[in-house]
Design a protein around this ligand. Structure first.
Ligand code: MEV
Length: 324
């Protein structure tokens, strides 16, 4: 029966995290570490899933039960996405087998859940001849992620669908590709797994009685995003670095940075980076730094000395695509 493999890229937030949850823009780039999903329509009457990266082995249930009952954490995004596609496009499956494989650890914060959601929606679009547009894939994938996570802007879903480097506003109100040729980023992994929803809630709690200041921070982040976009387009990396430092200062005030990230960022800057910041929700995951080529090695070892691991990823990667 029909079988397909689809891949989608991971992502790194460049500017605008947290503010983007509340109606502001951000800039995200897709990274060339990809999620792969192989899906096959079968006649078994069952839905079967193997997703070793998230500890799902031989998960099986009747196809007419897809989306029902208790769903193990690692299976949620794939299963709810299938349910949403079948419901929306009024389709049925005679049987369905799915295997996922990731080139990156789900611990990095590269958006493995969103990437696998986007992959399965694209796979179903092909297998059921739905001919979904990128926008339709984004909308149904974002709905799925929100249904499971409850909170989020959808920027990671957009990166997985469209690829490249994007200017993105909450929920996909604006999704605009930025024509950037190179992006000399250095990525350092903290070794600590971050929980996005917990961090979003932490910010809300911290500023519960300081809404005015919170709104001011989000406005300032928006200004950084707008200026960052212009400097990135004109490849003024030194200025982009200065803005990264400014964004980091505001993220610290939001309370989402931690000592390990601060140390890695400080060490990157001391070793000659133009600037550095955390990327994503904070509380762990990765930092990103920008440096002139001549300082790249020094900055990398500076980050390592502070306990980080350098991840060599290329940015501006291609969005979701059919592999075979
Ligand atoms: C998490 O990687 C970035 C946040 O802005 C959440 C989101 O935009 O969905 C904190």
């Amino acid at each position: 029966m029909k079988k397909i493999t689809v891949s989608a890229p991971g992502k790194l937030m460049l500017f605008g995290e947290h503010a983007v949850v509340y109606g502001h823009p951000c800039i995200v780039t897709a990274v060339d570490s990809r999620m792969f999903v192989t899906a096959e329509v079968t006649s078994s009457g069952s839905f079967e899933l193997n997703a070793p990266d998230v500890q799902i082995k031989d998960y099986i249930k009747p196809t007419n039960e897809i989306g029902n009952g208790e769903i193990p954490k690692g299976a949620q995004f794939i299963e709810v996405a299938i349910k949403n596609v079948l419901e929306k496009y009024k389709k049925k499956l005679t049987g369905f087998s799915v295997v996922t494989r990731s080139e990156f650890s789900s611990k990095f914060g590269f958006g493995s859940s969103s990437a696998s959601t986007v992959c399965i929606v694209k796979a179903l679009s092909e297998l059921l001849s739905l001919k979904l547009s990128s926008r339709e894939i984004f909308d149904i994938s974002f709905k799925t992620v929100l249904e499971i996570q409850g909170k989020g802007s959808g920027f990671d879903v957009a990166a997985a669908v469209y690829g490249g480097t994007l200017y993105f506003v909450t929920g996909g109100k604006v999704i605009k590709p930025l024509k950037i040729k190179t992006l000399p980023l250095i990525v350092g992994y903290s070794g600590i797994k971050a929980d996005t929803v917990k961090l979003i809630n932490k910010v809300s709690r911290k500023f519960d009685k300081k809404q005015k200041r919170l709104n001011q921070i989000y406005d300032d982040i928006e200004e950084i995003v707008e200026r960052g976009r212009a400097f990135m387009l004109s490849e003024k990396w030194e200025e982009v670095g200065i803005l990264m430092d400014a964004n980091q200062k505001l993220l610290k005030e939001l309370g989402v940075s931690i000592e390990k990230l601060d140390n890695m960022i400080y060490s990157a800057s001391k070793s000659g980076a133009y600037g550095a910041k955390l990327s994503g929700a904070g509380g762990g995951d990765c930092i990103i730094a920008l440096a002139p080529n001549s300082k790249r090695k020094a900055v990398e070892s500076g980050i390592e000395k502070a306990g980080g691991t350098i991840l060599s990823v290329r940015t501006n990667a291609r969005g979701v695509k059919v592999e075979k």
